[in-house]
Design a protein around this ligand. Structure first.
Ligand SMILES: Cc1ncc(COP(=O)(O)O)c(C=O)c1O
Length: 482
């Protein structure tokens, strides 16, 4: 721990008469951004720093509270206040050539488009699909892992069931019952490495069923579409209306399977409501298979929960797909599928011959966190934080992009804007935004059919101040192109 008068060379004489907490929070943010305070560093106790700076303890506590709110530090009871995420480095006048607009934005997005965008340097990341990763429950995870290892039998370190550990399948069954209104027998659950792997495991199984095309929503996730293409499956696009996918257009494709995001459509954000669900049910009864991508259903703010389609339809009509990527962290690569019974054995084979099953230790830790209520508490914390960030983005959009239409704000980790200037392609806008230091997705990436240009903007992973700054830069980028 750094403490005493050396701490960041903060000088009691430099403390302003007014706005002391503001000043201190700014100094600490700057120290984090320029690398003087790295992740894992401990801030001095409030009592010590207050005495050094000759301010009240409340001043320091308030500055720490603001940094906690930003997601940069975290209070740990005996561990003090620890830096858990550093803000982006301050903007500098570039000395070299300006960064190349990422190649990702020219031409059709290739298979590596998301890797390329991730690698592109930018101060502000508004790409969709990430929860607040600074909130990852590290302490609870470590505690659960330690307790688990203490009691783990040697056998449990051997090869296991390719469907996943019984503990996690049981915990997932309970979680799905509580949060998604679904009844699933643990024996029917397959633990996988995320929804991405679930889609890949489905390729041979669908083909064996004579299915070579999976209809997709349009707009709909480019990422999941790429996963289907990679297995040689066609993805006929089906347009949406305000209630979700259009069933007449779905029937017109002739496809026998469809990939849907019914709880929160990606990227437009609508919920597939009661009547549309009934129409889907009729489509499925005529022999259709629904792949239900429930990627971020836990995150909702201004609307009641909607049960999973799988809870309403017969088991053999829906293959349910979920994961912890939007709840905990994509890096865990843990997800689950509840397939129709007829597909279970071939899917278990596909999993077995891919990797013999997911790694056991993270499954066992996750099972403990699910069963102990830690994940439910984590979700409540995320929901409050995400809601404030979403509100900051809506306010910033009204100020800096007042002509844009905002879609899908009631739930999720992102929202989408469209704008009425078709001669400004959204790829050009996203490329210009990147030169202003902001990353986001052009909506056209997620379209196969023509439609309004727009941007898909993630708000969950950035503090409110960063979001406001990022949206202001998007406004400047749009003006630059007009
Ligand atoms: C709509 C949608 N489905 C599925 C996924 C993949 O999730 P996973 O990390 O579980 O593979 C994503 C990832 O961003 C997504 O946006």
């Amino acid at each position: 721990m750094t403490s005493g008068s050396d701490f960041l060379q903060l000088d009691a004489a430099a403390v302003p008469a007014d706005g002391k907490s503001d000043w201190l929070a700014r100094r600490l943010r700057r120290a984090m951004a320029d690398g003087r305070l790295t992740v894992g560093s401990r801030l001095p106790p409030t009592r010590v720093l207050a005495a050094e700076l000759r301010v009240s303890r409340g001043v320091v506590a308030e500055a720490y509270r603001r940094l906690t709110e930003d997601g940069h530090v975290e209070g740990r009871r005996r561990g003090g206040t620890v830096v858990v995420a550093t803000p982006p480095p301050p903007a500098t006048t570039p000395t070299g050539p300006p960064p190349e607009p990422v190649g990702a934005f020219s031409g059709e997005p290739g298979n590596d488009v998301f890797d390329a965008l991730r690698a592109a340097p930018a101060r502000i990341d508004l790409t969709p699909g990430r929860p607040d990763l600074t909130a990852f429950p590290r302490t609870a995870w470590l505690r659960a892992e330690r307790a688990l290892l203490t009691g783990l039998s040697a056998d449990e370190l051997g090869y296991g069931d390719p469907r996943g550990t019984p503990q996690l399948r049981r915990a997932v069954a309970n979680w799905l019952a509580r949060t998604r209104g679904m009844r699933a027998d643990p024996a029917d659950i397959l633990i996988v490495a995320g929804i991405a792997q679930a889609l890949t495991l489905l390729h041979p199984v669908l083909r064996a069923d004579g299915i070579d095309a999976v209809a997709v929503e349009d707009p709909g996730s480019l990422g999941t579409r790429q996963h289907l293409h990679h297995g040689g499956l066609a993805t006929p696009p089906v347009p949406l209306d305000p209630d979700g996918i259009r069933i007449d257009a779905l029937r017109a494709t002739g496809a026998r399977a469809v990939l849907l995001t019914p709880a929160h459509q990606f990227p437009m954000g609508m919920v597939t409501g009661g009547e549309r669900r009934r129409e889907l049910l009729r489509w499925a009864r005529d022999g259709g298979l629904i792949l239900e991508d429930d990627y971020d259903a836990e995150h909702r703010y201004d609307r009641p929960p909607v049960p999973a389609l799988r809870s309403l339809l017969a088991d053999d009509q829906v293959c349910y797909l979920g994961s912890v990527s939007k709840l905990l962290a994509p890096a865990l690569r843990i997800g689950w599928m509840v397939p129709p019974r007829r597909h279970l054995a071939p899917l278990v084979d596909a999993k077995r011959f891919t990797d013999l099953g997911n790694a056991a230790l993270p499954q066992l830790v996750l099972a403990r966190l699910l069963e102990s209520g830690t994940l439910e508490r984590h979700l409540r914390l995320l929901r409050d934080r995400h809601r404030r960030r979403r509100d900051a983005m809506i306010t910033a959009l009204a100020t800096h992009l007042p002509a844009a239409t905002v879609h899908g704000t009631a739930a999720g980790l992102h929202l989408t804007i469209t704008y009425d200037t078709p001669d400004i392609p959204d790829t050009a806008l996203a490329a210009t935004a990147l030169t202003h230091g902001v990353k986001c997705h052009p909506l056209s990436w997620h379209r196969q059919l023509p439609g309004s240009p727009g941007l898909v903007l993630g708000y969950a992973a950035s503090p409110a101040g960063v979001i406001t700054e990022g949206v202001a830069a998007l406004g400047r980028a749009l003006r630059e192109l007009t």
